[in-house]
Design a protein around this ligand. Structure first.
Ligand code: MN
Length: 477
């Protein structure tokens, strides 16, 4: 994927200035050290040039967004037709070629050439006047902290692009009677672009029957290179390998990057996919248990934003009021990318579901700052709730809880953090990500037009209630 860099100017200052603007713009682009490439496209001087380049950006499948900058003044009425047609994410880079003002060299020619403080205000006005969703990054282009802000927007834009072509396979429906895993799949497709469809568990079982022993041998070798396990558990682990290969085959055949299943519908399967789902998540596939396709989708998107990151499907299980910690885990399906140590495959019975004892990865999550993210259907709109949390190494060994687990304390404080989560309607299922930042969340929510509900150190239950009421005014009840 690529991002296009468009410089705004006009003919007023003469050919020489335009040549300098172009040379400086190319130098700025070459100096950006970002996770995804940026390509200088042109210095735009007319309505026609701008409209054409934006139409091209819309059409180009590899263009993930546009970055604009006005080295000189660029009369903004010439941008209206282009912006009215813009379908890609937009970042207005409010930078300047020179870092400081030269005392001796400054004259009116210098002023005409280096007037981002002037030209970018005209550009900012038309963005505001047209109510354009856009990211604004201000600062000197060589400053790494400024470049990092562009990098964060790039990740959000990549996530948006990924979202708009995301297919999610549901094996079975959501868990019976559960509300929060329900949702309007038509609204989700309009807003997020997700194609959420169901596949029969029986077809998955047929696919499992077609998996060969040689294919299982190969995956077992991969498991052995990544995880430790006992020989006695081999048969149960081989069954998970069979499940994983079959699930992946269906996902890849459909071009899907996320899936959900439910332990209430495993007809014909001997084990709930545990290790299978965990290993697939580590390969970048999104997962949601109990039919939770919304969390599956968000997990896949954040994994696409951070391909080498630490992101997992998660569930808030139980509290320790004394230590002020939440124990996060799931029956089985936590992604090993968040593991603090080498995960171990173990086989133990589940208390519910009535199936064979499933093989699963057991580990403790790593310590550090993270975000717990829940996308809920708030009725007529999707609400993205993002809570800052601080993960800690579990302080107990919990020998009778052989699942992957982690512990965290939510912001702004343990109890107020819990109250805020409940007030906002956050689900018990979340995406736990150690990578995603406030800026990426904000940029992503803006691009997708989601109701964003951040819960962080500066949130109070009082301010949150007011923000949710504002959301009702903005989006309707
Ligand atoms: Mn669950």
């Amino acid at each position: 994927m690529k991002f296009w860099f468009i410089t705004g100017s006009q003919f007023l200052y003469g050919e020489e200035t335009l040549r300098q603007v172009e040379a400086d713009s190319k130098e700025i682009v070459a100096g950006l050290k970002l996770p995804f490439p940026v390509e200088y496209k042109l210095t735009a001087k007319t309505n026609g040039e701008i409209t054409d380049i934006i139409r091209e950006a819309n059409y180009d499948k590899e263009c993930a967004g546009i970055i604009t900058f006005c080295h000189t003044f660029s009369p903004s009425k010439m941008w209206i037709n282009g912006f009215a047609a813009l379908q890609k994410p937009w970042l207005h880079f409010h930078t300047q070629y020179n870092k400081s003002i030269p005392n001796e060299a400054i004259d009116m020619d210098y002023m005409n050439l280096h007037q981002s403080a002037h030209g970018d205000r005209e550009h900012g006005f038309i963005g505001a006047r047209m109510r354009m969703p856009r990211a604004v990054v201000a600062g000197y282009w060589k400053d790494p902290a400024v470049q990092e802000k562009i990098a964060e927007w790039q990740r959000a834009a990549i996530g948006a692009l990924f979202s708009r072509s995301l297919k999610i396979v549901r094996f079975g429906d959501n868990m019976r009677e559960v509300a929060v895993t329900e949702g309007d799949k038509v609204e989700a497709q309009i807003r997020m672009g997700w194609q959420v469809n169901t596949w029969a568990v029986g077809d998955l079982v047929k696919e499992m029957d077609r998996v060969t022993e040689q294919e299982i041998d190969a995956l077992m070798q991969e498991y052995a290179s990544l995880y430790s396990f006992d020989e006695k558990d081999t048969d149960a682990i081989r069954y998970q390998a069979r499940e994983e290969i079959a699930i992946r085959r269906i996902l890849d055949r459909e071009g899907a990057k996320a899936f959900s299943n439910t332990f209430q519908d495993l007809y014909g399967m001997k084990q709930l996919p545990g290790l299978a789902s965990q290993h697939l998540m580590s390969l970048g596939y999104g997962f949601g248990a109990e039919g939770d396709w919304k969390t599956a989708g968000m997990t896949a998107i954040i994994k696409a934003m951070y391909p080498d990151g630490q992101t997992s499907f998660m569930e808030d299980y139980t509290y320790d009021y004394e230590k002020e910690l939440i124990l996060g885990s799931h029956m089985l399906e936590v992604c090993p990318t968040i593991a603090a140590e080498k995960p171990r495959i173990e086989v133990h019975p589940l208390g519910i579901g009535g199936k064979d004892a499933p093989a699963r990865l057991v580990f403790e999550g790593k310590a550090g700052k993270a975000k717990a993210i829940s996308l809920i259907d708030a009725g007529g709109r999707l609400r993205l709730i993002v809570q800052d949390v601080c993960c800690e190494k579990p302080y107990q060994t919990m020998p009778n809880l052989p699942v992957a687990r982690t512990m965290w304390r939510p912001e702004p404080s343990f109890l107020e953090g819990l109250e805020c989560w409940i007030i906002a309607g956050g689900a018990h299922h979340t995406v736990l990500s150690y990578n995603i930042t406030d800026r990426v969340v904000r940029d992503f929510a803006r691009i997708m037009d989601l109701e964003l509900v951040p819960i962080n150190a500066s949130t109070t239950a009082v301010s949150l209630e007011r923000d949710l009421k504002l959301g009702d005014i903005i989006y309707g009840r």
